[in-house]
Design a protein. Structure first.
Length: 348
């Protein structure tokens, strides 16, 4: 964590989630003066309060749909991470207006509250599903990105610097497929796989936090930061988990669910045409053209014809032993194996 961010006040919306709790601990270890957690569920806040036990963490019950609760929570704060969202693809498919109210209008409220209170930097957390979205969750996250970029484009002298980060599936995060597979395996049930050939990016919680910290330190108004990641098939992921828990690799195929794609895209060819490569990270700067499009009619872009989207089908793909090695780096997986009294497995 950059030294200039130490001894500062932070706010994390949706702070009781997997990312939020990891970021809270990271900020406390780095010497934050105060970390505020805003969420709707006071029960999860109480569990988190008893687990962390640090007076520097303050809990605010509120909803990003309510501007007033955001204004109060962000008062006197220098930096905000916006992680609150409706994230489950099927539920957003059945209740798309609820996804709009939280992911789009709620994000606009976060931007508004930060600007009113003179917050220095706001980082919005997006997802690979926002690229070429086919489901309501991805569509609303794509609009959230547009909200942040529109603020930067329309308010060049704004007090608050707004940028975004975009990443793929976070391993062992709440509601993700890995805890589901482990629960099924430990209960003697074959993992339920939608399509074994479906590919997804793999990222740890720590890597997602590092991406947000990178945006915090290097972001300019309207930037989107992307962390490069390895990918795997869902079938290989289920097989790797079966191997780790010492059960025959077998799974039930359900078929693709509502709104799911065969692969996810982290950066479109349009993004990559103007992206800057920083090794582990990509920065996609804002398209800063104004509405006077006549200025650009004679300046067509022919340089993107050879560019290919960056997606989980063409990213580096891990095989089963490599997936097992990655999974064993996660403390949650090691704890699950210890609880199940599974002998240590070394991938071949």
């Amino acid at each position: 964590m950059k030294s200039s961010l130490l001894d500062q006040r932070f706010l994390i919306t949706g702070g009781t989630g997997s990312f939020g709790q990891t970021m809270v601990c990271r900020l406390l270890e780095a010497g934050a003066r105060e970390v505020r957690v805003l969420s709707r569920d006071e029960s999860k806040q109480d569990v988190m309060r008893h687990r962390i036990r640090d007076d520097r963490v303050r809990y605010y019950v509120g909803d990003v749909r309510d501007l007033d609760s955001l204004v109060k929570a962000s008062r006197g704060v220098g930096y905000v991470f916006h992680a609150a969202a409706l994230k489950q693809v099927p539920s957003c498919e059945f209740f798309p207006l609820e996804a709009v109210r939280t992911n789009v209008l709620g994000s606009a409220n976060v931007v508004d509250a930060c600007e009113r209170n003179g917050v220095e930097t706001l980082v919005l957390l997006s997802t690979d599903k926002a690229v070429y979205p086919v489901n309501a969750m991805g569509m609303t996250k794509a609009l959230m990105e547009k909200v942040g970029q529109a603020h930067a484009r329309n308010n060049p002298s704004a007090r608050t610097r707004v940028c975004c980060v975009r990443y793929g599936n976070v391993m062992y995060s709440r509601g993700s497929v890995i805890p589901l597979f482990i629960d099924q395996i430990r209960n003697g049930v074959a993992p339920t796989v939608t399509d074994p050939t479906m590919t997804r990016f793999l990222m740890s919680l720590g890597q997602s936090v590092e991406l947000v910290e990178h945006a915090f330190q290097h972001g300019r108004p309207g930037d989107i930061f992307i962390r490069k990641a390895d990918a795997c098939t869902i079938g290989d992921l289920a097989t790797a988990l079966c191997n780790l828990f010492g059960v025959p690799p077998k799974f039930d195929i359900l078929g693709v669910r509502h709104g799911e794609k065969l692969y996810e895209t982290l950066a479109s060819r349009e993004d990559l045409a103007r992206a800057e490569d920083f090794g582990d990270f990509l920065r996609v700067p804002i398209d800063s053209r104004d509405l006077n499009y006549a200025l650009y009619f004679d300046e067509g872009d022919t340089g993107r014809d050879h560019i290919v989207d960056y997606h989980s089908h063409n990213a580096r793909r891990l095989d089963v032993p490599e997936i097992m090695s990655v999974l064993l780096t996660l403390p949650e997986i090691r704890a699950e194996l210890e609880a199940a009294q599974v002998p240590s497995v070394v991938p071949a």
